[in-house]
Design a protein around this ligand. Structure first.
Ligand SMILES: [Zn+2]
Ligand SMILES: [Zn+2]
Length: 332
C-alpha cells in the first residue's frame, strides 16, 4: 500500500510502498479516505529532539484520519464492515487503574499511533476495536479527519465552566483558533487570542476571537477568568499568568520547552488553578465534539488547504510556512 514514511533519521518524510497491516483479532482494518497533518508530524518531519527520542525509524506517520472499515478481526464486537469511522490514536493498556476505571486518557502506558506505533498516512490503518469511533452521518469527512486536534481543543476549553467568562488564549495555531470558536459558542463574553503570527491571528478572528493581540507589536491588556495556553511558549505562559484574575483557572495544552521557568508568586498569591491536558477524554470528548457540531458550532474555516496524498510535500510546506490552519490530504 501507499504510505508517507519517516524512512531515514534526517529531515523530511518520504512516499513509499509498505505492506498492508496484518490484522489482529481485536482490530479493524480501516481504508483511509482523508488525513490531516498535525504539528506533531511537523516535529517528525523536522526531526527535532523530541522526534529523535520518540519515533522509531522507519515508521508510517500520521494520526488524524477518517475512513471506512473494510475488514474486522474475529474478536471485534463494536464495529462492522462499512462503518464510517475515525478513532482515538492513543493506544491504552486496558489493565491499569485509570483504564479499569474508564479513564483511559489517564493511562500511564499510552502509546500514540504515528509516532510510537504505525500511523494512518497510508491506504490502510489497523486499529483496536476499542479505539474506533463511528461517525454520525451529520459530520462531514473533512471535519471528522480533524477530530484528534479538535478533541484536544474541546477537552481543554470545556475543562472549566465557560459561560459569561472572559477568556485568554495564548497561541493562534489551529488548536488556539478552534478554541476561540468553542469558547464563543460555549458562551464566553470576550475571547482574546495572542500570537506573533499575523496570518494566524487573522484566522483566529475569523474563527470567533473578539480581539487578537500580536504581542510582538502590542502589549496585552485586560484580565481574564480563564486562560488556555496553546503556544507551548514560556513567555506566553508567563504573560497568561499575569493576565488571569485572582482565583482564575488555567489549562495547559501547549508542550513547554524543558526547563521553562515561571513566576510562582503569580500562581500562589493569585490562588490560580492549573490543569494539564493531554489528548482527549475517551470517549466523552468525542461525543461532545459531535454534539457541538450538530448544535451549530462552525469550525470549517480552520481547514485552509487540501491536497492529494501524493502531494504531501506541498502540505508539509504549507505547515512549515506558518500560513495555514489545518491541511487535509486526500487518499481516495
Ligand atoms: Zn494531532
Ligand atoms: Zn492503562
Amino acid at each position: 500500500m501507499r504510505a508517507i514514511v519517516k524512512k531515514f533519521s534526517e529531515v523530511g518524510v518520504w512516499w513509499d510502498e509498505v505492506p498492508k497491516p496484518t490484522l489482529k483479532d481485536n482490530e479493524v482494518l480501516i481504508k483511509i479516505h482523508k488525513t490531516s497533518i498535525c504539528g506533531t508530524d511537523v516535529h517528525i518531519y523536522k526531526w527535532d529532539a523530541w522526534a529523535r527520542k520518540n519515533v522509531p525509524v522507519p515508521l508510517v506517520i500520521g494520526h488524524e484520519f477518517v475512513g471506512v472499515i473494510e475488514q474486522v478481526g474475529s474478536r471485534v464486537r463494536h464495529h462492522k464492515i462499512g462503518d464510517r469511522v475515525t478513532g482515538e490514536g492513543h493506544l491504552t493498556c486496558g489493565a491499569c487503574e485509570p483504564c479499569l476505571e474508564g479513564k483511559r486518557h489517564l493511562c500511564p502506558k499510552t502509546r500514540g499511533i504515528g509516532y510510537h506505533a504505525q500511523g494512518c498516512f497510508a491506504d490502510y490503518l489497523a486499529l483496536p476495536d476499542e479505539n474506533v469511533f463511528a461517525l454520525p452521518k451529520e459530520i462531514p469527512d473533512d471535519l471528522a479527519a480533524i477530530f484528534d486536534p479538535f478533541g484536544n481543543t474541546v477537552h481543554t476549553v470545556l475543562s472549566f465552566p465557560l459561560t459569561s467568562e472572559d477568556v485568554l488564549i495564548t497561541g493562534a495555531g489551529p488548536i488556539g483558533c478552534m478554541a476561540a470558536a468553542v469558547a464563543r459558542f460555549g458562551g464566553a463574553r470576550e475571547v482574546v487570542v495572542t500570537d506573533v503570527n499575523q496570518w494566524r491571528l487573522a484566522l483566529a478572528k475569523k474563527m470567533g476571537a473578539t480581539r487578537t493581540v500580536n504581542v510582538k507589536e502590542e502589549e496585552l491588556t485586560g484580565s481574564f477568568g480563564l486562560g488556555f495556553e496553546m503556544a507551548g511558549n514560556g513567555d506566553a505562559l508567563q504573560n497568561l499568568l499575569k493576565h488571569v484574575k485572582h482565583g482564575g483557572k488555567i489549562a495547559l495544552l501547549g508542550i513547554l520547552p524543558p526547563g521553562t521557568l515561571i513566576d510562582w508568586d503569580l500562581v500562589i498569591f493569585k490562588m490560580l488553578e492549573i490543569k494539564g491536558i493531554y489528548g482527549r477524554e475517551i470517549f466523552r470528548t468525542w461525543h461532545q465534539m459531535c454534539r457541538l457540531l450538530e448544535g451549530g458550532l462552525n469550525i470549517s474555516p480552520i481547514i485552509t488547504h487540501r491536497f492529494k496524498a501524493e502531494e504531501f510535500q506541498q502540505g508539509f510546506d504549507a505547515m512549515l510556512s506558518g500560513q495555514c490552519g489545518k491541511v487535509i490530504l486526500d487518499w481516495v
